[in-house]
Ligand binder design. Structure first.
Ligand code: GLP
Length: 261
């Protein structure tokens, strides 16, 4: 795991967008794992700009989102399908048939989860997985006590997640209590993970995830097991990290990061 600290949220977001763009340029058929949430909106805005201004090409890119609410149709503006269409897919030259989210409207949600795992496998696995972190340490919707080897399945959301995401719904009671999410094991199978976090509200949970023990109570801590995981944070989210000096030294001195200075 490596940690990159940027001066502010805008710089952290820009760095993540550039990492995705670089991966896509190196491999135009990239299988890209995508995340939702407020933190990601600006990442997608930057990718849309790069498409428009630099011709960043999504024509052969395939995407798999981490999660989707149960029971929200794609046209519901709170569904993650709607979010993705709005923030990214409508703004770049991606073929919608190559974009995938778990089917939260399936009659049989368990079967939909199995199909999702199969689709990821048939695509050859995820090359680059973008991640945020929830206030309770979730990645995707892997709430506390998610098995560290879990696969895509239905999860019941915690009161903390309901409180964090509820305000995004008009009327908190409209927020689904369940979601379909890639498992921690699914995420760990990706070839590369990049987690973006910004703001003071994420500082405590980020320190637990990065420097604390690996525990199912904090799903993001499982990323410590991933062979190629980069955590990109702003100063505020980095506030509780103990190893800041070392992380800064690596970013300033390692050749792979020179182009991002
Ligand atoms: C949701 C998503 C997560 C995301 C989290 C953080 O719960 N399921 O994948 O990481 O939101 O959201 P925000 O960026 O709004 O803090």
């Amino acid at each position: 795991m490596e940690v990159i600290i940027q001066p502010n949220a805008a710089a952290a977001t820009r760095l993540v967008a550039r990492l995705i763009a670089k991966a896509l340029r190196q491999n135009p058929g990239l299988v890209l794992g995508l995340a939702t949430g407020r933190t990601m909106e600006q990442v997608y805005a930057l990718l849309a700009d790069m498409h428009k201004e630099e011709g960043l090409d999504f024509a052969r890119c395939r995407t798999f989102n981490l999660d989707e609410y149960a029971g929200l149709p794609p046209e519901d503006n709170h569904s993650y399908r709607f979010y993705m269409n709005h923030h990214l897919f409508a703004k770049v030259n991606i073929d919608r048939r190559n974009t995938h989210l778990p089917d939260g409207m399936a009659d049989d949600l368990d079967a939909a989860c199995i199909r999702y795992e199969q689709a990821i496998q048939e695509a050859g696995g995820i090359d680059f997985q973008l991640l945020g972190i929830g206030h309770d340490g979730h990645i995707g919707f892997n709430e506390p006590l998610s098995a560290l080897r879990s696969r895509t399945r239905v999860k019941v959301l915690t009161p903390q997640t309901m409180a964090a995401n509820g305000p995004l719904f008009d009327g908190r009671e409209r927020m689904p209590r369940r979601a379909l999410t890639m498992g921690v094991g699914t995420i760990l199978d990706s070839k590369r993970c990049v987690l973006l976090a910004a703001g003071t509200a994420k500082a405590d949970i980020l320190a637990k995830a990065v420097e604390g023990p690996i525990t199912a109570m904090v799903s993001a801590s499982a990323l410590q097991l991933h062979p190629h995981c980069t955590i990109v944070v702003d100063e505020e989210a980095a506030a509780r990290l103990e190893g800041k000096d070392y992380y800064r030294f690596v970013f300033r001195n390692e050749p792979e990061w020179q182009e991002f200075q």
